[in-house]
Write a protein that binds this ligand. Structure first.
Ligand code: NAD
Ligand code: MG
Length: 405
């Protein structure tokens, strides 16, 4: 029986007697910093257990000291001495490397933010899930790459999973008031990214700094490039499929350049429910942090008269083939999502390093999928099987880079 968000237990809505123990995996990133912005507004309400970062020792140490964390872990094992030195005399424990990340995720906590980017976040996030720690999930790649196995672990541990991606947070908020069997379909909105009005010829010349210039959202580099290719919306379809146990035919995307409406839920009586807010990730993060309550967040309030018009259009899958490719992966099922995610991570990294052009991202992913039919048909039994498919795909995608240079 797949885990259903609408079936999660609703807790008692009272302020806890003790501070809530919280950890943040990926604390130095965009989502991690926004989460700490909220937590820092009410320090007595929280006890920060563990903070982790990838490379940025200085920022991790700063955040750990500012928020009086118990433990700080840097993913890069070669940076242990730097972190240890930066935290000397503070009483904050330092750790580095993969095992230390798992340790951070294992420390008893009431709530964890899973905001590591990419498949690198899979094992640490699952570690937190297995502890039964309520998990706010920003890392969509976990579900794209290992959705079935991930959701089975959530169900087994009876863990509360709270989506942070704005569209999925919106869906959860709407679906809380609608019986699951009356939901016909859900439609995720896409801003269209910085190249919404560009021709293929223009996009062929797009540089990383142009692709990183998102019109509405301020986010980390990987998800910003994914937004420019529209791969992000494709990944989000797979994310929604696993989170809400919805069939591919019940999931759709519409372009909405203002990023005010985040999700539309179509019900069997013809009603369509939408969730709106100004585009600021602190709103969906706060929903996951305060759930089942609500908290105060000092974001810009929505003024529809000031905005004037909300517009919608069908996404153009010819100019943005990544969305089509992801839809095909969603329909194919199996391990195609693992292959899609790994190939996309390789392609985005290569684009940011100026090794391939913008249009080559989707082209490389599509070719990697064509060359990995054998991998996509595999039935992984556990997360190590998934990571083996992920690694093999990365090798194949990396071998293709020269062809797309
Ligand atoms: P980011 O790049 O700003 O931050 C990523 C975090 O992960 C950083 O702390 C980084 O140091 C850490 N990290 C990177 N590689 C690592 C590794 N190999 N091992 C351990 N830690 C590593 O990314 P972000 O924008 O905060 O996004 C985080 C996740 O949230 C992504 O999966 C993204 O798709 C999702 N998301 C982000 C937004 C947003 O607005 N930023 C919105 C929706 C979903
Ligand atoms: Mg999103």
């Amino acid at each position: 029986m797949p885990f259903s968000l609408t079936a999660v237990k609703i807790g008692v809505a009272t302020r806890p007697a003790r501070p809530r123990r919280i950890s943040i995996l990926g604390a130095t990133g965009s989502i991690g910093e926004s989460t700490l912005d909220l937590i820092g507004r009410d320090p007595p309400a929280y006890r920060v257990v563990a903070l982790t970062g990838g490379q940025n020792v200085a920022r991790l140490a700063e955040l750990a000291i500012l928020h009086r964390a118990e433990l700080a872990v840097i993913a890069d094992p070669s940076r242990y001495a730097d972190l240890h030195t930066a935290l000397a005399g503070t009483g904050i424990e330092a750790g580095a490397g993969h095992e230390a990340l798992l340790d951070a995720a294992s420390r008893p906590a009431d709530w964890v933010m899973a905001a590591i980017v990419g498949a690198a976040g899979l094992k640490p996030t699952l570690q937190a899930v297995r502890q039964g720690t309520s998990t706010a999930l920003a890392n969509k790649e976990c579900l794209v790459s290992a959705g079935a196995i991930f959701m089975a672990e959530v169900a087994r541990a009876n863990t509360i999973l709270l989506p942070v991606d704005s569209e999925h947070s919106a869906a959860m908020q709407i679906m809380a008031g609608a019986p699951k069997e009356r939901i016909e379909r859900i439609c995720l909105t896409a801003s269209g990214g910085p190249f919404r009005g560009w021709s293929r010829e223009q996009m062929a010349e797009a540089r990383p700094e142009q692709a990183l210039n998102h019109p509405n959202w301020s986010m980390g580099p990987k998800v910003t490039i994914d937004s420019a290719t529209l791969m992000n919306k494709g990944l989000e379809l797979l994310e929604a499929h696993h989170l809400f146990s919805l069939a591919p035919s019940q999931l759709d995307v519409i372009t909405h350049p203002q990023s005010i409406v985040h999700c539309l839920v179509y019900l069997s009586d013809g009603a369509v429910l939408a969730q709106m807010s100004c585009p600021d990730m602190r709103t969906p993060i706060a929903y996951s942090l305060a759930w089942p309550e609500r908290m105060h967040v000092p974001t810009k309030r929505l003024d529809l008269a000031e905005i004037g018009a909300l517009t919608f259009e069908a996404p153009d899958m010819e100019r943005f083939p990544a969305l089509r490719v992801a839809k095909e992966v969603l329909a194919a099922g199996g391990s195609a999502g693992t292959v899609l995610n790994a190939a996309n991570e390789v392609a985005v990294e290569a684009f940011l390093a100026k090794r391939i052009g913008f249009l080559a991202i989707a082209a490389l992913v599509e070719t990697a999928l064509e060359k990995s039919d054998d991998l996509a048909k595999l039935s992984p039994q556990n997360v190590d099987d998934v990571l083996a498919i992920d690694s093999e795909t990365r090798l194949r995608a990396t071998a293709l880079l020269g062809r797309f240079a």
